[in-house]
Design a protein around this ligand. Structure first.
Ligand SMILES: [Zn+2]
Length: 71
């Protein structure tokens, strides 16, 4: 399902930027998130985020992007 995706500009304990949909209850507040854009799934959202933010690593949120969550 298409959704607007964001990533947390603050890294998690493993150094990854967690990726969320706009609907997620864990979506970071405005000051600590960056918009990725409208994507058809979390795989595409992460691919797009990687392209635009070279050097950063990403991980899908356990709750809203479970199929992209690697731990
Ligand atoms: Zn989430």
């Amino acid at each position: 399902m298409s959704a607007i995706y964001y990533f947390n500009t603050i890294t998690d304990s493993k150094g990854n930027h967690e990726v969320h949909t706009q609907e997620c209850i864990f979506l970071p507040s405005e000051g600590t998130r960056k918009r990725i854009g409208m994507e058809s799934n979390c795989q595409n959202a992460i691919a797009s985020a990687r392209r635009e933010n070279p050097g950063k690593t990403f991980d899908g949120c356990f709750y809203c992007s479970k199929e992209c969550h690697t731990g």
